[in-house]
Design a protein around this ligand. Structure first.
Ligand code: GAR
Length: 209
């Protein structure tokens, strides 16, 4: 089983969805550590309650980004993950950090990329008047929410949606999509090559609620 480190900054519901998937005996991955940049992240206790090792590295505890990342990399050297899953981790890694785990870092973003990268995605989707919204799991590259797409999940946008109601509907699909995408990477059914996601023929990479 591939060893996975999950990075969170908040409630950690996607981390829990991954942890739940990993409890299935035939799932090809296991979570070996959860990293947070926020000591207050609700996901930390949830991970600990499942016996998962946790690490908190607050950015403000370090002189600069390089020192912060060096501390994280040193801890990663201890837990030796094969795959990093960013799950609501609200911080960008440097090119140097990413190159250490090139092709092995996934992120989930609550929009159908390349539409609505960055913050306030649901508000912007509603303002744009789109009728289908969703979420994307992609390989992490240097740019924010920019790497090659691994899988996407779709939901309808309802006429009376607020950013909050839409976020809730999207989050439900995130919890199905992220385990699916992690499974594909762990099984070698998707890989990053020359900046593209190469997926085995016949693989399902799009889901709808
Ligand atoms: C999720 O909706 C995730 O897609 C989003 O933050 C939320 C975290 O929730 N990520 C981003 O916006 C990253 N650009 P969770 O902590 O309950 O998994």
């Amino acid at each position: 089983r591939k060893r996975v480190a999950v990075f969170i900054s908040g409630g950690g519901s996607n981390m829990l969805a991954l942890a739940d998937a990993c409890t299935a005996p035939d799932f090809p991955a296991e979570i070996v550590a959860v990293f947070s940049d926020k000591p207050s992240a609700g996901g930390i206790e949830k991970a600990q309650a499942r016996g998962i090792k946790t690490f908190v590295f607050e950015r403000k505890g370090f002189a600069g980004k390089a020192e912060h990342e060096a501390a994280i990399l040193a801890a990663l050297d201890e837990v030796k993950p094969d795959i990093l899953c960013l799950a609501g981790y609200m911080r960008l890694f440097s090119a140097e950090f990413i190159s250490r785990y090139e092709g092995s870092i996934l992120n989930i973003h609550p929009a159908l990329l390349p539409l609505f990268p960055g913050l306030h995605t649901h508000e912007r989707a509603i303002q744009a008047g789109v009728k289908i919204a969703g979420c994307t799991v992609h390989f992490v590259t240097e740019g924010m929410d920019e790497g090659p797409i691994v899988a996407q999940g779709a939901v309808p946008v309802l006429a009376d949606d607020t950013p909050e109601t839409l976020a809730g509907r999207v989050l439900t699909v995130e919890h199905k999509l992220y385990p699916l995408a992690l499974k594909l990477l762990a099984e070698g059914k998707v890989r990053m090559e020359d900046g593209r996601a190469i997926t085995s023929p016949g693989t399902v990479t799009g889901i709808a609620d």
